[in-house]
Design a protein around this ligand. Structure first.
Ligand SMILES: Cc1cc2nc3c(=O)[nH]c(=O)nc-3n(C[C@H](O)[C@H](O)[C@H](O)COP(=O)(O)OP(=O)(O)OC[C@H]3O[C@@H](n4cnc5c(N)ncnc54)[C@H](O)[C@@H]3O)c2cc1C
Length: 370
């Protein structure tokens, strides 16, 4: 059995690792367009307990990540200069590059073929081709798939900074040109992720559509001066983008299957893209474990198991992204406490009862109204 994986992100690497462990005699190789030490973005964040699912299928990966992660027990909302903590809403974070390189090392040790610096434009010969090639997937562009993409109108840019933040924080700031929000958290003892977002009109009024990297960073440093504590923003090919809500009616075509971001996007505000990429990899490996070399049966089983979970989360992530599309109006309407409550209930899946159980201190403030 010959399997070719396109893309060495979290989905492609974890799938290759698990499948090779299960079937050591199979010929499994991954092709990646970038060098092994390159990656986009900075850290990635996981909601508390979100990695527990890794314990069964990849205990060594789970232990390594748990040992390296920065964790904290609450989330913070900063608005009009006031900070509101939401207890119980904990997260953990790690550098994306560290995560990827750890997976690379495990793959190498297991005998997975890894080829870097090679962009695939035509599909490789194989019994199974796994499209783990992210949002702009080449595999998804081959006949038989039916992607649907809707572009959010907000603009965002993914920076880093040496400022250490205590926990995952959403900071809302006004500028003369309009409203901005930053999603920020530390992902290592020295570094934090700092994603800046604003609506399209603000982006244009601020001239960010015409600015280069240095000017754009300087502008954001001024907007978030009170939060950055004198630290600069750091770029990693950081450009202003619009987020695509991508879904796929067809998950596999012939011997080709999509996983991770190639299959669908999850808005970064729910911090689940990497976890879902991992879960796809685990589900595809398990489906092969049951079906063996019967590729059509494995792909059908993979879709049967994953589609309901993915569709539910996609709906929640889309609801979360729509909240951000309207955040300037919400900033104007609510004080910090009310904005935090509005934020926590944005997906429509969080009842007051659940929120009381999750965040009793926060909810007692809400009930008191201050
Ligand atoms: C601003 C932002 C913040 C985010 N924050 C978080 C977060 O905090 N937590 C979280 O869980 N997720 C986060 N995500 C989402 C997360 O990054 C993705 O969901 C996750 O990386 C998906 O993994 P993947 O393996 O499917 O795809 P990717 O990580 O995109 O990997 C795909 C790989 O395929 C390679 N590739 C593409 N085309 C080809 C080709 N033709 N030939 C060879 N190689 C190719 C790419 O170079 C890349 O390495 C964030 C995303 C964004 C945009």
């Amino acid at each position: 059995m010959r399997i070719r994986v396109v893309g060495a992100g979290p989905a492609g690497l974890l799938f290759a690792l698990l499948a090779k462990r299960r079937f050591p005699d199979w010929d499994i190789a991954v092709t990646e367009q970038n060098p092994p030490d390159a990656t986009f973005g900075f850290g990635v964040v996981f909601s508390q307990g979100a990695l527990a699912f890794l314990e069964r299928d990849a205990p060594d990966l789970h232990a390594a990540l748990a040992a390296r992660m920065e964790s904290w027990p609450m989330q913070r909302i900063v608005h009009r200069g006031e900070a509101v903590d939401i207890d119980g809403n904990g997260f953990s974070a790690i550098a994306r590059l560290q995560l990827i390189q750890f997976l690379q090392a495990l793959c190498r040790a297991e005998g997975v073929g890894l080829a870097f610096g090679r962009r695939l434009d035509a599909l490789p010969e194989a019994d199974l081709v796994v499209g783990a090639d992210g949002l702009n997937s080449v595999v998804r562009g081959t006949p038989g798939f039916a992607p649907k993409i809707e572009w959010l109108t907000n603009r965002f840019v993914w920076y880093g900074t040496r400022q250490r933040f205590e926990c995952l924080t959403l900071t809302f700031r006004d500028s003369a040109q309009g409203a901005f929000v930053a999603h920020h958290y530390r992902y290592s003892p020295e570094m934090s992720t700092f994603i800046v977002e604003c609506d399209a009109a603000t982006w244009q009024r601020a001239g960010l559509d015409r600015m280069g990297d240095a000017e754009s960073r300087a502008y954001c440093e001024r907007v978030f001066a009170a939060d950055l504590g004198g630290h600069a923003l750091v770029s990693n090919n950081s450009t202003w983008r619009q987020f695509p809500l991508l879904s796929n009616a067809v998950w596999s075509a012939g011997n080709r299957v999509l996983v991770g971001d190639a299959l669908r996007s999850m808005h970064f505000s729910i911090g689940s893209g990497t976890r879902l990429a991992f879960e796809d990899a685990i589900a595809l490996d398990r489906a092969l474990g049951e079906a063996g070399e019967d590729v059509p049966a494995a792909l059908a089983a993979f879709e049967r198991e994953r589609r309901p979970v993915v569709e539910k989360l996609f709906t929640a992530a889309a609801a979360s992204s729509w909240w951000y599309e309207e955040f300037p109006a919400r900033m104007a309407r609510f004080d910090a406490l009310r904005l935090a409550y509005d934020y926590m209930t944005r997906s429509g899946r969080m009842s007051d009862e659940r929120l009381c159980a999750l965040a009793p201190n926060f909810m007692s403030r809400i009930k008191k109204g201050s």
